[in-house]
Design a protein. Structure first.
Length: 409
């Protein structure tokens, strides 16, 4: 349980918080296919960001571009990329190569008053038309500019998207797979190779890979069970997606196998055993995972157990996460915080409130507070009111009232 004292164990608010929350969910509508967005663009290009200039007190950003390769369209000389939402993160940073799907900026008075004379272009779809790419995605970008795949090319195109190592292209591949009427009958060995590469890619977002895994289960793609069983996901979100997909395919987990793996002297086998236990989300599985999370001598095995605790979706995993959250090892703390975020629910929120009030030091407490806000808890929530009322540190109350505006969600 939580230690209700102020101790010597402290940890800084980690810069990995943004990464911590990636893939924990998706807000807003599903993205449209890139070739559909390209059809609305007057300019499609690849370019490198040379510099960024703010205007209108930061409300506008103008991106100077170089090494421009126009794939479609003929903008006038000296044109520039414009971003007109100050609260949005930058579209790219100097040195980044961007794929650009653009439309001419309107000539309204605000832009004329705030910007130097010139031709400016905005991303289509409220920013979705600009994102970073690497050399590996250049051919796909060129294909999008050309209108996307012809019907006879679609199967190979999907495989390339899934194996691209890029979240945005892979998301299109998953969407195209979902659009197949007879997916289970149409998947072949070449498709399974691309699916495996997508699931195992650390450069593709978790939400895309989770969507792919669940699609395979929901559409009863039985031949994918080998890929899913061999896959060793590295987070609670992905473990849960694998568990759902295998269950939908009728693959019954074997707790006895997991227990054998957990007794192995090989850390990799124990890590795999912790993953397998998540497939049987019972009170006994939580008990066994708790022992691994707290006691295993290998950090990577403990992290796997923490992630699996989140994947069980069980409230009785929360007391274990309370303890691992206060670990002195940054990697364990990050895994625990992410598990809290993925688990969610009243028990996790209540536990985070206790951690804000009684965590080991100020940094631990503010980290827990950020996680509370990231779960959608508002400033007028009873849990936050309790913290305001009971917390002895004015800095926490200051964070609640004035310092959480930039908290990632």
């Amino acid at each position: 349980m939580i230690r209700r004292r102020r101790g010597e164990i402290g940890f800084a608010l980690l810069p990995a918080l943004g990464l911590l929350l990636l893939g924990a969910g998706r807000a807003g509508a599903e993205p449209r296919l890139l070739d559909e967005l390209a059809a609305e663009a007057s300019v499609v290009a690849l370019a490198r960001v040379a510099g960024i200039s703010p205007f209108a007190d930061g409300a506008l950003r103008v991106y100077r571009l170089e090494e421009v390769e126009l794939l479609r369209g003929s903008p006038p000389a000296g044109w520039a990329l414009l971003q007109d939402r100050a609260a949005s993160p930058p579209l790219g940073r100097p040195g980044d190569t961007l794929f650009l799907l653009l439309t001419a900026a309107p000539g309204h008075s605000f832009f004329r008053e705030q910007l130097p004379p010139g031709a400016y272009y905005l991303p289509v779809a409220r920013g979705a038309g600009v994102f970073g790419v690497g050399t590996a995605q250049r051919a796909l970008a060129e294909g999008v500019a050309g209108g996307g795949p012809r019907p006879e090319e679609e199967n190979e195109w999907i495989r390339r998207e899934l194996a691209s190592g890029h979240s945005r292209f892979a998301a299109d591949g998953v969407a195209r797979l979902a659009g197949r009427k007879s997916l289970a009958r149409e998947i072949g060995e070449d498709d399974l190779v691309a699916i495996r590469r997508c699931l195992e890619s650390s450069t593709i977002g978790e939400e895309v890979r989770a969507d792919l895994a669940r699609l395979l289960g929901e559409r009863r793609v039985g031949q994918a069970h080998r890929v899913l069983e061999a896959w060793d996901p590295q987070s609670g979100v992905l473990i849960a997606a694998r568990m759902d997909a295998l269950a939908a395919l009728g693959v019954r987990p074997d707790p006895a196998k997991a227990r054998v793996l957990l007794r192995s002297p090989d850390p990799e086998a124990r890590r795999r055993g912790a993953r397998e236990l998540a497939l049987t989300p019972s009170a006994e599985a939580v008990r066994q995972l708790a022992a691994v999370a707290m006691e295993d001598g290998e950090r990577d095995v403990r992290i796997a157990a923490i992630e699996s605790l989140a994947a069980t979706g069980r409230a009785d995993a929360v007391p274990v996460l309370e303890r691992t959250f206060n670990s002195t090892e940054p990697e364990i703390r990050i895994a625990s915080a992410r598990a809290f975020h993925e688990l969610g629910g009243p028990a996790a929120r209540s536990s985070l409130t206790e951690l804000v009030l009684y965590g080991d030091d100020y940094d631990a407490q503010r980290y827990a507070l950020i996680l509370l806000f990231a779960q959608g808890v508002g400033r007028d929530d009873p849990e936050i009111e309790r913290i305001r009322r009971e917390h002895p540190d004015d800095r926490i109350r200051e964070l609640i009232d004035h310092g959480m505006e930039q908290t990632p969600h």
